[in-house]
Design a protein around this ligand. Sequence first.
Ligand code: IPE
Ligand code: IPE
Ligand code: MG
Length: 257
Amino acid sequence: MLNLFKKRKHKKELSNLNLNPEYLPAHIAIIMDGNGRWAARRALPRTAGHAAGAETFRRVATYCKDIGIQYLTVYAFSTENWKRSADEISTIMELLEKYLYESIEKMERDRVKMKFLGDTSVLSPKLQALIAETEEISKKFDGVQVNICLNYGSRNEILRAAEKYAQERVSVLRCADADSYPLKEENFSKYLYTADIPDPDLIIRPSGEMRLSNFLLWQSAYSEFYFTETLWPDFNEKELDRAIAVYQSRDRRYGGA
Ligand code: IPE
Ligand code: IPE
Ligand code: MG
């Protein structure tokens, strides 16, 4: 009942922007940037910006689920973000813990699958335990999926994949001939953190920066990009609709004529 109501409500919003509900991006990826500047403009500490950004993530994730986006991938912490102060890093990690605690409680109800992309082995034991629990519960679900990139860097992801592929190839070569195991794009993709996740259709970066900052370098080969000056804590449902509208106006040719 509730779902039906939500769907109808959204159709109305979709029509405001003339969005086509049949051509929604299946996978949206977001670089959640601008928390620090949002806080600075309010003379608040950067950590306050991260708290506000976490709220935006909750809202946007719920909205994506309600309108039927199948995969949402968010960049929460990069392999380069360790350069920040210990205080800022611990606040970000605490916010993540809080989010995971809350998510675990409502996962059975929401049935949203969660996955973590990146090297989580260096995170605190508490955070690692929460991640393991969330992924374990997720095994029961097969619908909407939220991927959180945590200690994620795409160059590191590609190196790791190449290493794994090489190891597997060596062991396969011991019992089979090289031609039975050629290096193909599809094969290689299986070794990335995003194995089994389709490439993102739309990548959104708020805060006015126009770069990927080591995010989904392999996977974004044919993604559409949407940049906005809005800082992540100010991003909302309407902004997402706008990004989808722009996406729907693009002609995806994949190198064809
Ligand atoms: C994004 O916001 C959050 C993380 C990188 C963890 P920033 O903290 O980078 O915010 P700005 O770019 O300094 O405004
Ligand atoms: C990218 O933002 C990483 C995340 C949003 C998690 P950064 O703020 O770290 O990127 P740069 O330093 O502006 O490129
Ligand atoms: Mg930033």
